[in-house]
Structures are given as C-alpha cells and as structure tokens.
Design a protein around this ligand. Structure first.
Ligand code: C5P
Length: 293
C-alpha cells in the first residue's frame, strides 16, 4: 500500500459556551471560546485499487473499544463525507482511497472527535477547507484553525485569538456512553436556560490558570447533567481532587478538568484510572489540522 499522506487535527474544549435561542435554521446561535488540545486524530491516506472508492479503517488503544466500534466506516463517516464533498467541489469522481484513522479523541464526547477527522482530511487553503468544513459540522472549522479562537454563528465562524501566555494542563474524563449533540441541544431548549453573550475578546490577557478557570462556563452543562446525572458527581469529584475547574466539554459527556500543573493532572488521572475511569491528559493551545508527512 503506497502511502500518499499523513495528517492530523486536534481535539477541542469549549472554555466558554454561551448558547442562544433555537433559530429558524435549526441551529442555536453560540458565543464560544475554543481551545485546541494536543490530543490528535491521525489520518493516513493511501491510494486504493482502481474503482474501490473510499474504504475506512478505525483503530486506537487509548480510548475504550466501545468508542472505536461506535465509529461508522461507511458513507456516514465524516472523513468519507469530507473526501466526497471535496471531490464534488472539484468536479472529479470520488477517489479510490484507503483511509486509516487513529482515534485518540473520545467518540460522541463533546470534544470534536469526528470534526477533527474531517479537519485532518487533506486540504486546499485553510480558508477553503474551513468553508467546506462548515458544511460537515459546526466544530470542523475550529479543528482546522486550532490554537484558541472565538466561534460565533452556529460555532463555525472562527476568529483566531492570541495564545494564552501560560501552559494549560487538562484531564479529560471520557464516558463509556456518548451523548448526541442534537439531544443535548433539545434538552437545553426544554430547560430554557441560557446566558446573554459576553465579550470574550480579552481572554488572551488572562494571566493564570486560576483566572482562566473562573472565566469558564458552559450553557449546555445543565442539559448534559439532566441526560446523564452521574456527570455532575464526576465534576464535583474532580474539583475535590484538586482541579481548578471541571466542566462538561461542549455538549458532553466528556468532562474537561483544568489543573495548575501537569504533575497534578497526572496524579489525579492515576486515581481515576484505578477506579476504571478513562482519563486522558492533554495540553492546551495545540496546532490546527496539519500535514504530518
Ligand atoms: O453542526 P453539527 O453537525 O455538529 O450539529 C449537530 C446538531 O446539533 C445540529 O443538527 C443541531 O441540532 C445541533 N446544534 C445546534 N446549534 C449549534 C450546533 C449544533 O442546535 N450551534
């Protein structure tokens, strides 16, 4: 099998996720603060036999096998959709490709795992890719940009921000079951809870993890708790164990916990792993999608 290309894209957490009322287009307007993490999905693309179309193989050993098994390998896989959409935009036939996806981001976890796969699918210019990416999912453009950024519209309009001046250390607790994004947004509509959008442009000037933790919020958190009550206990447990702030990531159910240091995050991960929790450490501010060779 001749390798054409290797590419990768990062996971995201939403440091702030403010959600407005459901709009006529079926989406909720959001005011979101994204941070990319150095937890990357890796894609390897090789030319397939003539006429075989796109075939996808998914694997990974740092997240539960149930997550790997939950990823479709047919036309509904976001990588498949991305490759097919690019081919259509270019006016060429769908390519014959063997695509290997090394998954590291929890599946259906509110961390943009599928979006990162789409973002890592080889590209045109970053702007063109972001534009096409938005048709595939609201989080795809951010996974293309990486770093830290504001997301407005339905989350797909990206304004890159200056990086934070300090390192952020995260512990991510994956759930064995996923939560569907539309279901969480529907629960949000029922609860009728949301905050007015705030100005997040000054966030790059925050000077410590403590200060950043005090700015974190997620309007979807109560909706995720209502669907999976154990999540609120997990947030409380993480904060008792020393997290500066623990919060549902995006539409969940992954919990993202911010720690003062990498050593502390690793120490707490060991406690949780011994209790059977899938706990992954990561650093914030990672690069967006890129070619790795
Ligand atoms: O854009 P994405 O495919 O990730 O969205 C999945 C679903 O989540 C949408 O069809 C919509 O029901 C919901 N959603 C929303 N408002 C957003 C983003 C997603 O209601 N800003």
């Amino acid at each position: 099998m001749s390798t054409i290309i290797r590419a990768s894209a990062p996971a995201k957490v939403n440091l702030v996720f403010e959600v407005g009322q459901l709009a006529a287009n079926g989406y909720h307007p959001v005011n979101s603060l994204f941070l990319a993490l150095d937890l990357r999905e890796e894609l390897t693309l090789a030319k397939g036999e003539l006429g075989t179309g796109i075939s996808i193989y998914v694997h990974g050993d740092s997240i539960p096998e149930s997550h790997i098994n939950a990823v479709p390998t047919d036309q509904s896989n976001l990588v498949h959709k991305t490759a097919a959409l690019f081919a259509k935009k270019l006016g060429v036939a769908t390519p014959d490709l063997q695509i290997d996806i090394h998954k590291r981001i929890p599946v259906a976890g509110g961390m943009a795992g599928g979006s990162a796969d789409a973002a890592a699918t080889p590209r045109f210019t970053i702007e063109e890719l972001a534009q096409v990416g938005a048709e595939l999912g609201s989080d795809v453009p951010f996974c293309i940009y990486g770093g830290m950024a504001l997301g407005t519209g339905r989350g797909e309009v990206i304004t890159p921000l200056e990086d934070l001046s300090f390192e952020t250390n995260w512990l991510l607790c994956a759930s064995s079951k996923g939560l569907s994004t539309p279901t969480v947004f529907a629960a949000f509509d029922e609860i009728g809870f949301g905050t007015a959008f705030t100005d997040l442009n000054d966030i790059s000037a925050v000077s410590s993890a403590q200060e950043l933790g005090s700015r974190m919020s997620n309007d979807l958190e109560q909706a995720a708790f209502s669907l999976m009550p154990s999540l609120s206990e997990q947030v409380a447990q993480l904060e008792e164990l020393g997290a500066i702030r623990a919060m549902v990531s995006g539409s969940g159910p992954t919990i993202a916990a911010l720690f003062e240091s990498e050593a502390k995050a690793i120490e707490v991960s060991k406690v949780l792993i011994s209790q059977g929790v899938v706990a992954l450490t990561a650093k914030g501010g990672a690069q967006g999608s890129r070619l790795d060779g």
